[in-house]
Design a protein around this ligand. Structure first.
Ligand SMILES: O=C(O)[C@@H](CO)OP(=O)(O)O
Ligand SMILES: [Mg+2]
Length: 416
């Protein structure tokens, strides 16, 4: 085996994420002197079926770090760093649980990402090229969460994310800059209407005005789109993250308690008032049936599962059998390794499910998911507002890829 690619050392240490919480970074070095790092992001509105994060009692990740420096370093040393599958399978076997609860999904995903980044570097390839090979043709459509609620903000809005989708543009940069204009416009409208204090930001860089009603937030976003002159080019979406306002039998929203069936009508009513192309997690993570009813009623909308599927083939299969959703969120840390993430994406694509590669609300500045989205040719990328470094690092990486490699933006061509 070529020594250049052989792993010499794997090291872990604690770093801070965008919420100021500790998270794990893993660094891999080969005998050829090539090294790269992988970071674990962290969610706030997590699905109950996600891979478990290994955390100390005080919120730190020193146990995860110790595992990397001992068990993982010992087991993966001398592996060829290009052997992603073999390495990921070793991590999966080492953990031995269905949800990575022994070693921690944060530990395994940071390692798995570091492996892929080191391999790409050693081969002299961009990460997206290493992942996607010569088939890479287009850049994903960004879903920009410009107004934050739910667990990502201090306001009373129950819907977690109010998203804009710049579809009809000829290039990625035009799409992104138009979305950025809408974001600025939104801040302007809010300042005028409520005062500057209302433009404080939520966890994903969107504004988080102290509103409590869904329609008030949607009105603001829709007005910002119209005022910017993009009504025919930019559409809207939401991530309800509804498990977080489901009390076991009803959804507590807009000062009301709605039954699951009333929630179906709630979304239909919203879709009749706003151009909602995208609705994520409209029902709690166990309600595959109502996802399916909503998807049938709103044929043009991409109903999407996040907490519903947690990047886990077992649950996606169930969703496909029941026709629950046209789209799936893909978050590598929900499942814990890149190989499982690739398998999931392949399975989803085979079943014509749209792929939305996504960040977490707690992120680092690492732009890996931008390369991942391009490499796997995902339909969309969800990575927050066009503001704050941990979000712009992903957008700026996509701009860099567009600029250096001239990769096209499909936008409207493939979606309307
Ligand atoms: O629900 C979501 O889609 C994510 C990311 O936007 O949030 P979190 O990382 O808090 O789970
Ligand atoms: Mg979500």
């Amino acid at each position: 085996m070529n020594d250049y690619f052989r792993i010499k050392k794997i090291k872990g240490y604690q770093i801070l994420d965008s919420r100021g919480n500790k998270t794990i970074r893993v660094k891999i070095e080969t005998y050829g002197g090539i090294s790269a790092t992988g970071d674990a992001p962290a969610g706030a509105s997590k699905g109950s079926r996600e891979a478990i994060e290994l955390r100390d009692k005080d919120g730190g990740v020193t146990r995860a770090v110790e595992l990397v420096n001992t068990l993982i370093n010992d087991s993966l040393r001398d592996f060829d760093v290009r052997n992603q599958l073999g390495i990921d399978q070793t991590l999966i076997r080492m953990d031995g649980t269905p949800n990575k609860s022994r070693v921690g999904g944060n530990t395994t995903i940071a390692t798995s990402i570091a492996v892929a980044k080191t391999a790409a570097k050693a081969m002299g390839l961009e990460i997206f090229q290493y992942i996607g090979g010569p088939r890479v043709r287009y850049l994903p459509i960004p879903l920009l969460n410009i107004l934050n609620g739910g667990l990502h903000a201090g306001n009373e809005l129950k819907i977690q994310e109010f998203i804009i989708i710049p579809l009809s543009f000829d290039s990625f940069h035009e799409a992104l800059y138009a979305a950025d204009e809408v974001y600025k416009q939104l801040k302007g409208i809010i300042t005028e209407k409520y005062g500057k204090l209302y433009t404080m930001l939520g966890d994903e860089g969107g504004v988080a005005p102290p509103l409590s009603k869904t329609e008030d937030a949607l009105d603001l976003v829709y007005t910002a789109i119209k005022n910017s002159g993009y009504e025919d080019k930019i559409v809207m979406g939401i991530d309800a993250a509804s498990s977080d306002f489901f009390n076991g039998s009803q959804y507590e929203i807009d000062g009301k308690k709605l039954s699951p069936d009333e929630m179906i009508d709630y979304y239909i009513q919203l879709a009749s008032r706003y151009p909602l192309l995208y609705i994520e997690d409209p029902f709690n993570e166990n309600d595959f049936e109502r996802f399916s009813i909503l998807q049938q009623k709103l044929k043009k909308t991409i109903v999407t599962g996040d907490d519903l599927f947690t990047t886990n083939i077992e649950y996606l299969k169930k969703g496909i059998e029941k026709s629950s959703a046209k789209g799936t969120i893909v978050k590598p840390n929900q499942i814990g390794t890149l190989s499982e993430t690739f398998e999931y994406i392949e399975f989803a694509k085979k079943n014509s499910i749209k792929i939305i590669v996504s960040h977490r609300s707690g992120e680092t500045e690492d732009s890996f998911i931008a390369d991942l989205a391009v490499g796997v040719q995902s339909d969309f990328i969800k990575t927050g507002a066009p503001a704050r470094g941990e979000r712009t690092s992903k957008y700026n990486r996509l701009l860099e890829i567009e600029n250096d490699y001239g990769i096209e933006y499909y936008g409207k061509k493939i979606y309307l």
